[in-house]
Write a protein that binds this ligand. Structure first.
Ligand SMILES: [Zn+2]
Length: 311
């Protein structure tokens, strides 16, 4: 266990375009505090969990796998009992607690499994066998079809936090556009805790974004926010992810992110992309002018924003 603030521990210099629901990315920190256990999600009983675990045990690829219930998830991994418990009671519980606090009132409707494969061999072998296809990302992904978050945990806890965001978005904001779903997921792939709230830090997606800004290669926010899944995930450079992440980061740094999220959710019928709500939240009628200011802000950032660990 560490103290209050968590350090980013791992930065992968990769720019990959990771899809949200079947591909993912990244590495990063993890946070280690142990909040109190989270309550059982509405409508799912302890007996449901017990049955789920019994069924899951029948499908385990080997006796190396350990199962730990950490509601609303069930965590399963082959890195040894202690490591699986540490991820469950540490990163999973921490992320769930803080994400609920700031964003998500509802839990996923069904029990989801979090598969933590201990290394890339285990990840590729078992994910291919269990989920009917070789992963397209080395880090991890969320598969709604298999009700599973699938992770090569050797790459770090950041992917785990990123993926935990997605089923919560799905449960709370079903029509959330990809930019916000991935913007939030990738914001928290490198994160810690300040004053009892989750905070995203700058990370490995920054240099590529800064290069794209210098090239003049970014699309206007109005267009980014309106991209559908095919267009958003079709960007193999990962620029859509990075631009979305650092828009969320900007809102966070201005103290506007949670308010924006709530107001966008409330306005979603008339503002399905969030663009009008963004303008309103920023109090900015001239969005091209805002984008210039935002680009200057992003260019001023450093990749490592390290936060001291409080013992
Ligand atoms: Zn994602």
């Amino acid at each position: 266990m560490r103290g209050k603030c968590l350090l980013a521990t791992l930065v992968l210099p990769l720019a990959l375009a990771a899809g949200c629901t079947e591909t993912e990315s990244v590495a990063g920190q993890s946070a280690r505090r142990t909040p109190t256990p989270t309550p059982t999600p509405a409508g799912i009983t302890d007996a449901d969990y017990a049955r789920h675990v019994e069924e899951l045990k029948k499908r385990l690829p080997s006796r190396e796998f350990e199962v730990v219930v950490e509601k609303p998830f069930v965590v399963v991994g082959d890195g040894g009992r202690a490591a699986v418990e540490e991820h469950a009671r540490g990163t999973v519980r921490w992320a769930v607690t803080l994400l609920r606090k700031d964003f998500f009132a509802k839990d996923p409707k069904e029990i989801l499994d979090v598969w933590l494969f201990k290394d890339s061999t285990s990840y590729y072998t078992h994910a291919t066998d269990l989920f009917g296809g070789r992963p397209t990302t080395p880090y991890g992904y969320y598969s709604p079809a298999h009700r599973s978050l699938v992770m090569n945990i050797e790459t770090g806890g950041g992917t785990l936090v990123h993926e935990i965001v997605h089923p919560f978005v799905e449960a709370n904001f079903p029509d959330c556009p990809p930019w916000l779903n991935e913007g939030l997921g990738s914001l928290y792939e490198q994160s810690g805790e300040q004053d009892g709230h989750i905070v995203g830090y700058t990370n490995w997606r920054l240099p590529g974004l800064q290069r794209a800004i210098r090239r003049g290669g970014l699309m206007p926010f109005q267009k980014l926010l309106a991209l559908d899944g095919a267009a958003f995930y079709g960007d193999e450079q990962g620029t859509h992810y990075a631009q979305s992440r650092y828009l969320c980061y900007y809102l966070q740094e201005r103290g506007l992110l949670t308010r924006f999220y709530r107001e966008f959710y409330n306005n979603r019928a008339t503002d399905p992309t969030g663009f009008d709500t963004l303008k309103k939240t920023l109090n900015e009628p001239d969005m091209p002018a805002f984008q210039k200011r935002w680009e200057t802000f992003v260019l001023s950032l450093a990749q490592e924003r390290l936060t001291p660990i409080t013992p």
